[in-house]
Design a protein around this ligand. Structure first.
Ligand SMILES: CC(=O)N[C@H](C=O)[C@@H](O)[C@H](O)[C@H](O)CO
Ligand SMILES: CC(=O)C(=O)O
Length: 291
């Protein structure tokens, strides 16, 4: 099966922290019309969902779904440490809006036991006709799951895979071998090539919003057996990603959208508002990698 690339959709905000729907819709359009992206991951870390109210997250699911139409696959990230809210978001995404696939971050902040984490996923899915990707990102959540624990979560047949944002390549290899039929989308854009070698089904990431073409070329080179070319492209992408991170990751991706002619709004506080220095930095990055 061809490998798939998903952009982690950004949410556009105004200076007062309210949602900028036109900006969000424009980023959906850019991903579909310019990037020809396979799919969008909506309301994840990159979407700033953990700084948004439930009403705002629902609104985001609705406008992204409307704008995308049948232009690409869509995954709604519904996770929250308030399980009542996660269930409400899941029900809304699936039954009110029509998402076929949802995802949920592992519950974070408190050190939940594995049984509690399993109950969280089973509760979110209870009574819903949908499929779910576990969103695993130990670096931000502090939650690390073992291959065996992923297997226990997979006992729920609605759980079809993992968004694996983790540099633990031994774990990735163990999970890949143990669950050949589950989907694994890799979430650390800088390490994509290593993950391709281990047989991931694709990737979900923030940096593909602008850098999709180069990444598709890398995947094509890898699939054609041209590892040297794939590595050359990963090197360029990583120069790009390091420059973006140095300039402040999420605000800079929005500034790069501006450079590309897309009015993507800004990030929500406590994320940074763009400074003149950041804007100048983004203009340089855009000229360096996309001209
Ligand atoms: C926390 C976060 O944003 N993770 C993203 C996806 O999972 C990645 O796409 C990273 O943003 C990217 O790899 C840059 O480090
Ligand atoms: C994939 C990613 O960056 C997200 O969670 O939005």
């Amino acid at each position: 099966m061809a490998k798939k690339l998903y952009s982690a959709l950004m949410t556009a905000f105004n200076e007062d922290g309210t949602m900028n729907d036109a900006g969000t819709r424009a980023m959906v359009r850019y991903n579909i019309d310019v990037n020809h992206i396979d799919g969008l991951y909506i309301g994840g870390s990159t979407g700033e969902a953990f700084m948004m109210s439930v009403a705002e997250r629902k609104h985001l699911f609705k406008i992204a779904f409307e704008e995308a139409g049948d232009g690409c696959d869509l995954i709604a990230q519904v996770g929250a440490i308030n399980l009542t809210e996660a269930k409400e978001l899941a029900d809304y995404a699936v039954n009110t809006v029509g998402y076929k696939t949802i995802s949920a971050v592992t519950p974070f902040y408190y050190p939940f036991t594995f049984d509690q984490i399993k109950d969280y996923y089973d509760s979110i899915l209870d009574g819903l006709d949908t499929q779910l990707l576990i969103y695993s990102l130990p670096a931000l959540t502090g939650v690390s799951l073992s291959a065996e624990q992923f297997g226990k979560l997979f006992e729920n047949p609605k759980i079809i895979g993992i968004k694996f944002t983790n540099a633990d390549f031994l774990l990735l290899e163990r999970v890949r071998k143990a669950f050949p039929d589950k989907l694994i989308y890799f979430g650390s854009d800088e390490m994509l090539l290593s993950a391709l070698v281990l047989g991931v089904d694709g990737a979900i990431g923030s940096t593909f919003n602008l850098n999709a073409k180069r990444t598709y070329d890398e995947i094509a080179a890898f699939e054609a057996g041209d590892n040297a070319k794939a590595l050359e492209l990963q090197h360029i992408s990583n120069d790009y990603i390091m420059d973006v991170i140095d300039n402040d990751l999420y605000p800079t991706i929005k500034l790069l959208f501006h450079e590309a002619g897309v009015d993507a709004g800004i990030c929500k506080k406590p994320m940074n508002a763009p400074t003149p220095e950041m804007k100048a930095g983004a203009a340089k990055i855009y000229a360096k990698y996309f001209n």
